[in-house]
Design a protein around this ligand. Structure first.
Ligand code: HEC
Length: 167
């Protein structure tokens, strides 16, 4: 049949691509043709801070400022999980125990933030968020990065996300 024939290449094409894609990833440690051996990328502490922590700290601040309590609660959970993951991925930095530092510098202000979010108390949120930010900087001082200074965001760095509360 004519239509059947015309459609056949359209069906065959993604199948062929699927096969090609499935063959693309190189198993770790094998050399791609003509290249050096591929190695999995291991995130440094700086990478994790830059990708996991800094944006979550930012979003948490923006959500609280907008009094979007549902989003603030979510952002607090996300940053807590990110710190938990970092502690597992990198238990020591310069010989210092990362988990203990997080326990001292981050967990108490996060607890205060949880309470403020539950009570939908903007003033209490601002105070707890300030303590969280001080916790960031205390750890940076402790781990010899005093020049990495964190502050509350003065503007959103996420033009494609709406931080205003939904009813
Ligand atoms: C356990 C200690 C610790 C805590 C707590 C901590 N940091 Fe960090 N942070 C570090 C260390 C160590 C570095 C430097 C890591 C490196 O250079 O590999 C760093 C670096 C950074 C950087 C620089 C990364 C870059 O590429 O620009 C940012 C941004 C950052 N932290 C944000 C934060 C924020 C925001 C918080 C609080 C919500 C925070 N950090 C809490 C230890 C901590």
């Amino acid at each position: 049949m004519r239509t059947g024939r015309a459609l056949l290449p359209l069906v065959a094409w993604p199948l062929a691509c699927g096969v090609a894609l499935a063959q693309t990833p190189q198993p770790a440690g094998t050399a791609p043709a003509g290249g050096a051996a591929a190695a999995p990328y291991v995130m440094t502490m700086g990478d994790m801070m830059n990708t996991l922590i800094q944006p979550r700290h930012n979003k948490l601040g923006l959500a609280g400022k907008a009094e979007n309590w549902a989003l603030a609660a979510y952002a607090a959970t996300e940053i807590r999980q990110a710190f938990a993951g970092i502690v597992k991925a990198q238990p020591k930095f310069s010989g210092m125990p990362v988990g203990e530092l997080v326990d001292v510098a981050i967990n108490p202000p996060l607890k205060a933030l949880d309470a403020a979010i539950k009570q939908q108390d903007a003033a209490q949120f601002a105070k707890a968020y300030d303590q969280l930010t001080q916790g960031c900087n205390a750890c940076h001082m402790e781990l010899n990065h005093p020049y990495v200074v964190i502050k509350a965001p003065d503007a959103s760095s996420f033009p494609n996300q709406d931080f205003s509360p939904k009813r």
